[in-house]
Design a protein around this ligand. Structure first.
Ligand SMILES: [Fe+2]
Length: 247
């Protein structure tokens, strides 16, 4: 397969999948209460395209600060899609979706197109940027998965995870992870309690977060709650209710 600028994202992912031990990942995923890391998954060519597109995205980062909860920047799907087609191309990739379905053992699909989190950029660029402890709670009628992809990391910050928190028969396992560029972290959002440790001065860290669900159905009240949370905590009113696209 040609690892050139002309190769499609699907071709490059299919290439990467040939080197991926899926049986081992599936075992780890179920043994770790629906959480698994895939190191060096991202094809180098795709990662290079992402890093080029990151420079285009940077002026559109929406900063937000919720005391005691989070501080950082983010860009919603619509803008990422308009300015960084390799990033959303990865999200929409059929070979990637097939791989994720096999690892998590469920017929997951992309989030509906009106969900600004479906494929979004998170930017930690200022001292103290962080994310407090939380679950990626599903507002949908069924389960929701998060797939984090490392884009660029020039920081000492770590993703902190607690596994088995809702299983009374297991001891909680705490992890501190550097999400290296090209790494995937796949987990069921309602099971893995997680946080991002504060950034130090002069550091930066960029992550792409992708969301998948078994059903895109959500009752209207939960849609309202979800939109308000996104407008306040993540993308701003324009990013959620208005046209968050680049001019
Ligand atoms: Fe999260």
């Amino acid at each position: 397969m040609p690892a050139t600028a002309t190769a499609t994202i699907d071709e490059l992912i299919s290439d990467s999948l040939k080197r991926t031990d899926e049986a081992n990942l599936r075992r780890k995923y179920s043994g770790q209460d629906e959480f698994v890391i895939v190191d060096e998954f991202m094809p180098q060519e795709v990662l290079s395209r992402w890093q080029t597109e990151l420079e285009t995205l940077k002026p559109y980062i929406h900063r937000n600060y919720l005391p005691g909860h989070k501080k950082g920047g983010s860009i919603a799907y619509e803008t990422v899609n308009a300015l960084a087609p390799s990033i959303t191309g990865f999200y929409h990739s059929a070979p990637l979706l097939g791989f994720l379905r096999r690892v998590v053992g469920a017929e997951i699909n992309e989030c509906p197109s009106n969900d600004p989190h479906r494929c979004a950029l998170y930017a930690y660029t200022e001292e103290g940027d962080h994310m407090g402890w939380h679950y990626d709670t599903s507002y949908y009628k069924d389960r929701r998965w998060t797939v984090l992809v490392g884009l660029k990391d020039e920081s000492s910050s770590r993703l902190l995870c607690r596994l088995h928190t809702r299983d009374p028969d297991r001891d909680v396992v705490q992890l501190e992870l550097q999400i290296k560029p090209g790494m995937l972290v796949i987990f069921n959002g309602d099971k893995v309690y997680h946080a991002v440790a504060p950034l130090q001065k002069g550091e930066s860290r960029y992550i792409v977060s992708m969301q998948y669900v078994t059903t895109g159905e959500m009752n209207p009240f939960m849609r309202f709650v979800s939109n308000m949370k996104d407008a306040v905590a993540y993308f701003g009113i324009r990013g959620v209710f208005g046209k968050g696209k680049a001019p």
